[in-house]
Design a protein around this ligand. Structure first.
Ligand code: HSE
Length: 379
């Protein structure tokens, strides 16, 4: 298989090195933004060199970001080339259009590395959906934020310093706010829910609260009660449609989630026949992520061209029926918070059970009044 590789960053270089050792896969051209001496013979800065090369049957996109990655993927599919991508931003935003375009052109669009880094999560989720009904998907879906939360539970650390370390290790996105505030997780949740429930969620409809404002004081209060805080995303099939959200969540210190260290992810589905099935592994990093990209190429070579069947249905998204208590810390409590406060949990309070919809709407508005406000769901 002759491959045109778009991007030579953390993941691109990993893919290149894995493929270099094989005789059945061959990287013919690499699209780069600057000169890289070690690949000078095959490097180009012009995408046309790849799209017009009829010997290239598969384009591997690991540039990241929406543009020009989206345009390149479209062009490659339209030109009848298979596409493998690790780009969750593009797949989440253009899910329907790209899956339909792949089908129209009789080519594969595979994106296993887009969710869970090196974990074969999407492959197995899709496989489960062939036979079974999936009711819920989600879990710990971001390596960077888990790495940071794990470090903060082990010892007092400086938030910026630990973020820098996650960047150095190649876990964080180019703009790490996507890891900290939840956009990266939201994209992964949308892609997973679309596959699990045959639907088309819109990122902007899924409420999220990240870990930007968590403090050592919050974590000490959680640990004093035998709780660990993890950034968890969930999407659930309901009689009315789909519920989906992501938020810091307090889990028992004995739970599977609590034991997830460093850049690891733990992603699960609940299905009718299988009950809960969980996938654990490195959710970020060069070689784990590159492995799923390379595996997608091998699957295509094995003739697996179908994936992620698009659907015409759009299930309504609603979060008003999911209710749980929340830990809330803010320096300016208002009457809504006082009305819902069940007990003190210094430096915050614990609320009675409130809906995800109501809590997230309140928290979003509260961040305008108190930018240091933090919430965490108590499950
Ligand atoms: N920045 C992402 C993470 C990379 O930390 O999980 C893998 O998607």
């Amino acid at each position: 298989m002759h491959i045109g590789l778009l991007g030579f960053g953390v993941v691109g270089r990993g893919v290149y090195e894995q493929i270099k050792k094989r005789s059945d896969l061959h990287v013919s051209r690499v699209l780069v933004r600057r000169d890289i001496p070690e690949i000078a013979a095959i490097a180009t800065q012009d995408f046309q060199d790849i799209i017009t090369d009829s010997s290239i049957h598969t384009v591997v996109e690991v540039l990241g970001g929406l543009h020009p990655a989206y345009e390149y993927i479209r062009a490659a599919l339209s030109a009848g080339k298979h596409v493998v991508t690790a780009n969750k931003a593009v797949v989440s935003a253009y899910y329907r259009e790209l899956t339909e375009l792949a089908q129209e052109n009789g080519v594969a669009l595979r994106c296993t590395a887009a969710v869970g880094g090196g974990i074969p999560w999407l492959t197995n989720l899709e496989r489960c959906c062939r036979l079974d009904t999936v009711h819920e998907v989600g879990g710990i879906m971001n390596g960077t934020s888990n790495y940071m939360m794990d470090a903060m539970h082990k010892a007092p650390v400086n938030f910026d310093e630990i973020l820098r370390k996650a960047q150095e290790l190649g876990y964080a996105e180019a703009d790490p706010s996507a890891d900290i505030d939840g956009d990266d997780i939201r994209r992964k949740l949308v892609i997973s829910a679309n596959i699990a429930f045959s639907t088309l969620l819109r990122e902007e409809d899924v409420p999220m609260f990240g870990i930007r404002t968590v403090t050592e004081g919050d974590i000490a209060a959680f640990q004093a009660r035998g709780l660990i805080c993890k950034l968890i995303a969930l999407a659930r099939r309901t009689p009315e449609g789909v519920s989906a959200w992501l938020e810091p969540t307090l889990v028992s210190a004995n739970s599977l989630e609590a034991a997830v260290p460093a850049n690891y992810n733990l992603i699960s589905f609940q299905s009718q026949y299988l009950g809960r099935q969980s996938y654990y592994g490195q959710g970020a990093g060069r070689f784990p992520t590159a492995s799923n990209v390379t595996q997608d190429c091998l699957d295509i070579m094995d003739g697996k061209t179908s994936f992620y069947a698009p659907t015409g249905k759009v299930l309504p998204l609603h979060n008003d029926t999911v209710r749980h208590p929340y830990y809330v810390r803010t320096v300016c409590a208002d009457s809504w918070l006082s009305d819902h406060t069940r007990e003190q949990m210094a430096p915050g309070v614990l609320t009675d059970a409130v809906s995800v919809e109501e809590m997230h709407a309140w928290a979003k508005a509260q961040l305008q009044r108190d930018s240091s406000c933090f919430i965490a769901a108590l499950n």
